[in-house]
Structure formats: structure tokens, C-alpha cells
Write a protein that binds this ligand. Structure first.
Ligand code: FO1
Length: 317
């Protein structure tokens, strides 16, 4: 039996989580605990959005829009058109009708006094997810992008409106200094055999999870092996605009550079092992030399079976 904890966010995290569920089911292992980034959550038009939570919930429930990578499959935009007519919300940010149902339900539950952890648990009553999904924290945290011209902008505006084209110099998470890991997170990490870091954006998806006070300490203290999976293949990010985020914090878009960014556990970093794509096999010795065990595998998450094979490779790394 292998007890698995996954740190995940965004589309990469949701594809990886599908693979985790499939790989563990095949092994007959217990459900994984997935700790999801909530750093890019926001209030818009009076409702609470949790983009990374919803990406993972929708993907596991099989109701996600696989083309766009966010929102519900087959959604309509009638309410969104009405919001636009009122000049409410953001004109560049679409809230689908079915998706709005989720946000309304969540906002109502939060207003009733439920925590984000309890809200996610309630969501998984409707859609049994096959994993235990926990937010990184129950505290509201933002992601603010500091631009080279000195402006500061909410991550969602920078990402969806400007498509990450405005040069950033830093990413900040106001509110995180008083946050603590959500109930169950530290215990899950302490009791795990393996912690997997999904091939999500290292800066704005995994970064906020690691920035929650107490999270790095839990990861350093766990007897579990901590294994990361590269989201960079052949010097390019597989999806999204993580390369811009990496450049802003001075990390090259190379699989070995991202491994070095997380760092080897023996030197106070996080990783025992790092999964590299076959295209990056030549970088394996550089990763090993840093004290992180490199393992090479096919890393294209073309479907759940391919993701499950990646997870299997990680579990045996
Ligand atoms: N991404 C977009 O590129 N355009 C949108 O209009 C948009 C709307 C949206 C609504 C709800 C939601 O949960 C996510 C949404 N996303 C949209 C995706 C999201 O903003 C980002 O891709 C993630 O936050 C990055 O991980």
C-alpha cells in the first residue's frame, strides 16, 4: 500500500490528478490526497471563484471543457452576457452558466460559514472524485503580479486579459503570511509514503502552496519520498505561460533548472527525485549531480492512461 499526497494546480495539475486516480486504482492503493493551489482564487461579481479547485473537480467528475482547459463542457454564456450588459465583472473574463452555478453554490456555503475545505468536501458529495481534495489553506490568499513598469495587477487580469505579455518582475501572495495549511494537509504529508509535485506551473501554481507557512517544514519533515514531475519538456513549457513566470524569478525554462529551483532535500530543498522527459535525458546527470535522483520517462499527458503511466514511473522513481 502506498499513501500518496499530490501538490497540484491548474490544467497540468488536473491532468496529472486524473493519472494519479487511475494509477492508484490499478494498484488497489487508497485514494490520494490532492493539495490544490488556491492562490489564484478571486471574488468577481459577488461570487467566489476557485479556478484551480474547479479545474481539478471538473476534470475528475468528467464535466470539464477539455478544449479550453477551464470551465464546464458544453457551457452557455447567457448570464455572462447579462453581466457584461450591466458592466459588471471583467469583460475579458467569461463566467459560464453552469460554472456560475458552482460559484453561487460555493459562495452561499461560504456565507453560511463553511470553510473552503468543507465546501470542497460538499462538492465531492455530488461528484465522488476518487481522491481526497484539500485546498492548500482555508485563508483567502491573492496572487499579485508586479510588472516591470511598477504596476501591480491581479494574476487573473495579467493571465487572461494580457496573456502574460506584460513583463513581470515578481509574484506576491498577500495574505499568505497569516495563512496556515488547511486541516488535514500537514497530517497527510506526515503520513504519506510518496509526495508528488505535479507538472504544474512552478511559480504561480506550486509556488503559493509552498509559500503557505508550515508547508515547506512539513515537506522537509515527512519520511515520504518527495518526487517532482517536470512540466518543461525539451526547453519548453508543455502548456500555459509558465516560461514567463519562471523568467521573472530568474529560472531558465529547462527541466534541470526547475529541479534546481525546487532544490535537493539534502540541502534544505524539497526533492528526492525528479522525473524528466525522454527529450531531456541528456540533463539527467546534471540533476543527479545536484543530489536529486533523476529518472527519465515519457511525460506527455495525452490522456488519463498516459498520465497514469507517468504517475507509475514517479511512484517507482
Ligand atoms: N481563462 C481564460 O483564459 N479566460 C477566461 O475567460 C477564463 C474564465 C474562467 C472562469 C472561471 C474559472 O474558474 C477559470 C477561468 N479561466 C479563464 C481559467 C483561469 O483563469 C486560469 O487558466 C487559471 O487560473 C490558471 O491556472
Amino acid at each position: 500500500m502506498t499513501r500518496v499526497v499530490v501538490l497540484a494546480g491548474g490544467v497540468g495539475g488536473s491532468k496529472f490528478t486524473l493519472g494519479v486516480r487511475e494509477a492508484l486504482a490499478r494498484r488497489g492503493d487508497p485514494e490520494a490526497t490532492v493539495v490544490v493551489n488556491t492562490g489564484d482564487d478571486l471574488w468577481l461579481s459577488g461570487v467566489r471563484l476557485q479556478p484551480d479547485v474547479d479545474s481539478i473537480v471538473y476534470a475528475l467528475a468528467g464535466v470539464n471543457d477539455t478544449q479550453r482547459g477551464w470551465g464546464r463542457a458544453g457551457d452557455t454564456e447567457r448570464v455572462n452576457a447579462e453581466l457584461q450588459a450591466w458592466g459588471a465583472g471583467w469583460p475579458w473574463f467569461t463566467l459560464g452558466d453552469l460554472d456560475l452555478g458552482t460559484h453561487l453554490a460555493r459562495t452561499g456555503w461560504l456565507r453560511d460559514g463553511l470553510t473552503p475545505t468543507q465546501v470542497i468536501a460538499r462538492m465531492s458529495e455530488r461528484w465522488p472524485l476518487g481522491v481526497r481534495l484539500l485546498p492548500m489553506t482555508d485563508t483567502e490568499v491573492d496572487t499579485i503580479v508586479v510588472l516591470a513598469d511598477g504596476r501591480r495587477m491581479h494574476f487573473q487580469e495579467w493571465w487572461t486579459r494580457h496573456r502574460a505579455t506584460l513583463p513581470p518582475i515578481a509574484f506576491e501572495n498577500p495574505g499568505i503570511e497569516v495563512a496556515e495549511p488547511a486541516p488535514g494537509v500537514v497530517d497527510a504529508i506526515a503520513g504519506a509514503d510518496v509526495v508528488l509535485i505535479a507538472p504544474s506551473n512552478p511559480v504561480v501554481s506550486i509556488g503559493p502552496i509552498l509559500a503557505v507557512p508550515g508547508m515547506r517544514e512539513a515537506l522537509r519533515a515527512t519520511p515520504a519520498r518527495v518526487i517532482g514531475v517536470s512540466g518543461v519538456i525539451g526547453g519548453r513549457v508543455v502548456r500555459g505561460m509558465a516560461d514567463v513566470c519562471l523568467a521573472a524569478i530568474g529560472v531558465e525554462t529547462r527541466a534541470d533548472a526547475v529541479a534546481a529551483h525546487y532544490g535537493p532535500r539534502r540541502d534544505g530543498g524539497l526533492l528526492d527525485a525528479w522525473l524528466l522527459a525522454e527529450e531531456d535525458a541528456a540533463l539527467a546527470p546534471a540533476v543527479d549531480a545536484r543530489g536529486i535522483r533523476a529518472r527519465v520517462a515519457p511525460l506527455w499527458m495525452t490522456d488519463a492512461a498516459a498520465s497514469a503511466a507517468i504517475v507509475e514511473a514517479a511512484l517507482t522513481a
